[in-house]
Design a protein around this ligand. Structure first.
Ligand SMILES: [Zn+2]
Length: 316
């Protein structure tokens, strides 16, 4: 395309003299075309040929994929946490071979016959095919260290980790199993919120999961909520924010409405670092920020503390 770049100043005077610089960097070039999405930039972008290397979106370091696997997908240079899949996360936390999955075949129904750009049914089918999973959460029983736990892990790559009736039901059942078996419950969240394709059926999961947690608490059993990038909206406004302990990964975006919506509504400038794990830690919403590489060891510590078996810790 014959893109004309020349500047059409006719009268040369002092003010109009253009500095002899190359055009501005590429960043501004497509910014109006591309609306940033939640979670974008955290995945592993493979711009480098052959997929052997991944460029860190935070510090631009080139990271060797094999090494990135060894560090649980955390940049060795700057500590940037790439998003990981629910299965990888379970592998990183649980003792090998200890996991028994529950409700693996529970599948969403398109009760509202929802059609947007595409039908809900077709979206579900596409995500199921790509991930090999029925919905955006894996739940089951497993062992962390010596602790038997009931654990549910959300997967952001499945429809933005949105909470529909299957996600809500599986998390509720996972909590109920914990209550019944007198085990600690752990939920690892990554979600854009409620699943709009299911309307009210999705919103009612907020109350349902929290009711199950209330019964769990009545039995004086612990619940640990782990927040990963991003944990927002209906999920943050329900089970993710009511843990006995709330732990987050560094740099995770955590909030209810998105920053743009809040800015437009309040007409106020948002403070720096707004809606990051660190910002919320400072304000008391989060109990600890734990890097992914230390998550397992820290969860063991927390479980020992909460289950009262911390004999070695007495007299700290
Ligand atoms: Zn980095």
């Amino acid at each position: 395309m014959g893109n004309q770049r020349s500047v059409t100043h006719k009268v040369p005077d002092v003010d109009s003299v253009q500095p002899a610089v190359t055009p501005p960097p590429a960043s501004s070039e497509t910014s109006f075309l591309k609306k940033p999405k939640i979670g974008e930039g955290r995945g592993r972008k493979r711009e480098i040929p052959e997929g052997l290397w991944t460029k860190c979106p935070s510090c631009s370091e080139l990271l060797y994929d094999k090494e990135l696997e060894n560090t649980f997908e955390v940049c060795q240079k700057c500590g940037h946490h790439f998003s990981i899949d629910a299965r990888e996360r379970l592998d990183a936390l649980l003792e090998p071979g200890s996991f028994t999955e529950m409700d693996a075949n529970m599948t969403s129904v398109d009760i509202l016959k929802f059609t947007g750009v595409a039908t809900y049914t077709s979206k579900l089918a596409a995500h199921q095919k790509r991930t090999g999973r029925k919905d955006a959460v894996i739940s089951g029983l497993g062992k962390i260290g010596t602790h038997e736990v009931s654990i549910a892990v959300m997967d952001f790559s499945f429809l933005g980790g949105s909470m529909g009736s299957v996600v809500g039901e599986k998390i509720t059942r996972s909590i109920e199993a914990a209550t019944r078996m007198r085990l600690p419950a752990i939920v690892i969240s990554a979600s854009g919120g409620a699943r709009m394709y299911e309307g009210l059926f999705s919103l009612m999961q907020m109350a349902k999961t929290c009711a199950a947690l209330a019964y769990h608490a009545q039995q004086k059993l612990p619940y640990i909520s782990v927040l990963t990038h991003p944990t927002t909206a209906g999920v943050m406004a329900s089970y993710a924010s009511v843990g006995d302990l709330i732990v987050a990964e560094p740099g995770a975006m955590i909030g209810f409405a998105g920053p743009r919506v809040i800015k437009d509504t309040t007409q106020a400038e948002l403070p720096p670092g707004f809606q990051t794990a660190e910002f919320l830690m400072d304000r008391g919403l989060i109990d600890a920020i734990v890097p992914r590489g230390e998550m397992k060891a820290q969860l063991i510590n927390f479980l020992e503390f909460l289950s009262g078996t911390a004999g070695a810790r007495k007299g700290d």
